[in-house]
Design a protein around this ligand. Structure first.
Ligand code: CAA
Length: 282
């Protein structure tokens, strides 16, 4: 039974995942690389819960209970008490494998090791541990507290029983799990990223203004938001990194990171989280 969950990396996705687990009544050990980053993660959580309180969807005491379930810190050793640890650090294989190798010596033998990677190989991450059968992908979508989908990704080495346990956990969190194999981008990103990259290229070539391009897909096709707005939400650095992983795996030109995207990331325009992307944010 999974009751205590560790979350590593408290950026947009990690903080959202902390919120999902804590709201579902689980105890959460939330760790980032420094006290400042842990404090920032706590700020994301309290801000998100504060919005729900001001909308009357959560009482102040419920908010306090949820925050009270989370222990924030900067020491991976705290993961010794976790039943499942999910990693949500940036999409760089070396960072992830180094965290998993370290975790191996900290967590209990029966602890599940999950990654929220958007596109990296679960098999390669699993191979950095002593027991690859307990490693699995558990991929949430941004904003994690809102979107129901969780991709449960198994490698060839993942214990079959674990796939079912993690699928059940996702249901317990109120999510919609789908079980998928270990291919670059899994299902959702493999299909989504080609569309986003193509949209950026269309904008770059002057096909339409950013507003009209977004309106075409939102008002015409019924997507909740247009592709450029969605890139800003996901984070342009994340879109760029996922493009790189998909391109390396497939050599499909439609997923290559568009030149404009590369320049925007180099300029520090990362979307909503940096205040500027295709649009500007307060
Ligand atoms: N964190 C927490 N809650 C949020 C939120 C956030 N960042 N953004 C919005 N919400 C909540 C709002 O508080 C609101 O909650 P209530 O209904 O309880 O009031 C609800 O979501 C709806 O928000 P809004 O009314 O402000 O706006 P909306 O109806 O336009 O919905 C949206 C916003 C949920 C983001 C919606 O536009 C949407 O689903 N967009 C598409 C997002 C998407 O495709 N995400 C996937 C990205 S790909 C990915 O994540 C994979 C990857 O690996 C890269």
């Amino acid at each position: 039974m999974i009751n205590t969950v560790g979350v590593i990396g408290l950026g947009t996705m990690g903080a959202g995942i902390v919120e999902v687990f804590a709201k579902a009544g689980l105890s959460v050990i939330a760790v980032d690389g420094s006290a400042e980053l842990a404090e920032r993660g706590k700020g994301f959580l309290t801000k998100s819960l504060g919005r729900a309180v001001s909308k009357g969807k959560l009482s102040e005491s419920e908010r306090d209970e949820i925050v009270g379930r989370v222990a924030f810190g900067d020491d991976l050793a705290a993961m010794k008490d976790a039943d499942l640890v999910i990693e949500a650090v940036p999409e760089l294989l070396e960072i992830k494998t180094s965290i998993f190798t370290t975790l191996d010596d900290i967590v209990r033998d029966d602890c599940v090791l999950a990654t929220n990677t958007s596109s990296l190989s679960i098999t390669e991450i699993a191979k950095s541990t002593k027991e690859p059968s307990r490693v699995i992908g558990m991929h949430f979508f941004n904003p994690a507290p809102v979107l129901p989908l969780v991709e449960v990704i198994h490698s060839l080495l993942t214990d079959v029983k674990l796939v079912e346990d993690v699928r059940e956990l996702a249901v317990r969190l109120g999510k919609k799990p789908v079980v998928v194999g270990d291919r670059a981008g899994f299902v959702a990103n493999a299909l989504l990223i080609a569309y986003l990259a193509r949209s950026i290229r269309a904008y770059e070539t002057g096909l339409a203004s950013r507003e009209d391009l977004d309106a075409a897909m939102a008002a015409g096709v019924g997507f909740p938001m247009g592709p450029l707005t969605l890139c800003d939400l996901i984070g342009l650095d994340v879109v760029h990194e996922v493009c790189g992983v998909l391109y390396d795996a497939t050599h499909d030109p439609s997923v290559a990171s568009p030149p404009l995207l590369r320049q925007m990331v180099a300029a520090g325009y990362l979307g909503r989280k940096s205040g500027k992307g295709f649009y500007t944010y307060e």
